[in-house]
Design a protein around this ligand. Structure first.
Ligand SMILES: [Zn+2]
Ligand SMILES: [Zn+2]
Length: 201
């Protein structure tokens, strides 16, 4: 695992990870808990941070992931449909008691992840960030689709994933099979889901 970038915004970090995954790079977001605790003490708009770290599974992908992140930075701020489901929390699944108040006027904000201004006072707000700042990143955990994410097998086959048995690079050898080095059976979907912290299916 190699850290390629830190983000202030959990949503942006997840969008970047989804973008790398679309481009055959196994990437995941790890939130630094000590930073997250510090963020909870921030009462106004969350701007401190680097609390959400983007990691790639293989150092081999480092140069390409940096190139892709540059391309990601040039993407329009609104999310493209392919990775929308992964990147944006479904705030309708949030416990309404966790909905944050506007830092400016203290009115409760609506469950809208795309909201950029308070409907009451027009102050700039980011509902997802405010939830994370107040309740920690786990508060949003229920707001992401719980079905396992679907990955294109052809894309997964191109990822730099390695054999559990011997560490051999299994790139372009098929999504599942036996390692040509040590003979251990592998399933790249399972390897990827484990890397991403998801349960095997
Ligand atoms: Zn307000
Ligand atoms: Zn092997």
């Amino acid at each position: 695992m190699k850290r390629v970038r830190s983000f202030h915004s959990l949503l942006e970090a997840r969008a970047a990870a989804a973008y790398l995954l679309e481009h055959a790079i196994a990437a995941t977001v790890i939130t630094n808990d000590s930073d997250a605790v510090a963020l909870r003490n921030v009462t106004s708009r969350v701007t401190q941070g680097g609390a959400h770290d983007l990691y790639i599974a293989s150092n081999d992908d480092h140069a390409r992931s940096l190139e892709l992140l540059e391309a990601f930075d040039r993407e329009p701020a609104d999310f493209t449909p392919e990775w929308e489901a992964d990147a944006v929390p479904d705030l309708s699944r949030l416990d309404p008691a966790l909905l944050p108040d506007c830092p400016s006027c203290a009115r409760t904000l609506p469950a809208d992840p795309f909201l950029d201004a308070c409907p009451s006072c027009s102050a700039e707000v980011d509902v997802g960030e405010l939830i994370v700042a107040r309740h920690g990143p786990d508060a949003l955990a229920d707001c992401y689709v719980d079905e396992p994410r679907q990955f294109d097998p052809e894309v997964v086959d191109r990822m730099s994933l390695v054999c559990d048995g011997c560490g051999y690079a299994l790139k372009n050898l098929g999504v599942s099979g036996r390692c040509p080095e040590c003979g251990t059976a592998y399933d790249k979907m399972a390897i990827l889901r484990r890397l991403l912290g998801e349960h095997p299916h």
